[in-house]
Design a protein around this ligand. Sequence first.
Ligand code: ADP
Ligand code: MG
Length: 368
Amino acid sequence: LKSAYGQAQRNKRLRVLINPHGGKGYAKDLYNEYAAPMFEAAGCKVDVEVTKYSGHATDIAEKMDIDAYDAILCCSGDGLPYEVLNGFAKRADAAEALAKVAIAMVPGGSGNAMAWNLFGTNSVSLTALNIIKGLRTPLDLVSLTQPGTRTLSFLSQSYGMIAESDLGTEHLRWMGAARFTFGFLTRLLRQVTYPCDISFKLETDSKQVMKERYLEYKKQKPPLRPIGCSEEVIGQGLPALKYGTVDDAVPSDWQTISTDTLSNFYAGNMAIMSADVNFFPAAAPNDGLIDVVMIDGAIGRMRALSMMTALEKGGFFDYPEVEVRKVHAYRLVPRGGKDGYISVDGERIPWQPFQVEVHPGLGTVLSK
Ligand code: ADP
Ligand code: MG
């Protein structure tokens, strides 16, 4: 008998973490009303916990029994999946945990990029359905080093205006996703710039190539990986860094750009950053590359505004002032000495140089 599940695993065992602080603060109600009844109807085994403090999801993931669950669901924004990844990263069996336990989002935050990218929706009930029927899919993750630390990121890194719009608007949580736009516009009017040095291990900086990738990705479905993890990743912790850390010299085949007038540096692993913001149209969740967009602050305010609206339609390809690249790795060194915002998956990290490299397919998510 053919089932409605297709290749999907039935009766998934789900560890659910709810962030009471995410978005406008309704995550728990949304989960109970729209997601819980669907998981029950589908015969999923569900263990729910509301997080008690920032960093709680990291502690839970670090200690969880990875053989007891098929997926860990974050009813939150992108902050909780980031915490879970970094809980797994601390384990001696990090790669095994990342391969065995899929990470998925039930939207309950402000941006909810993970749900937009993997399920194409921000609706809690549609997301629940997608989780029930979801297939395990590899996701590229990146390692980010700062002096003495290494963290994992699944979504984005930003420096400049976008990082400030994201992190400098915490007091505007009641606005929902609109706080990002509001923050961006107020900074745009002030025309702040962010001096820095950026080095890349480049794959391409051709807009033509980026456009072709975008059209190609739109046609294909992500490749699937069978349930369970491959033997070579078991018991290794995280993979070795190919390009060293931010404390090493920049590799000789990287290109370096030095700028005094940058307004935005934004690196993404998936296309959509929040509702209607398709910032990286040529990014695929498992192409083994990071997409980087850089916008110079020397452009006028009106021009920058018109770019904002171009985002909704799929990108910057027609704007010569916008530089786009696909890279294997990069380093960013802020200049100017002042303190400021650097955002990783929407969370703040110290104002220090950082280096990033991709680990193709290191993580596992559920997707359509
Ligand atoms: P949003 O998309 O609205 O930013 P996130 O899910 O990304 O929502 O989470 C925002 C922040 O909430 C993250 O920094 C996370 O560490 C923090 N957080 C998680 N649980 C709690 C809690 N119980 N109390 C306070 N903050 C929390
Ligand atoms: Mg990618």
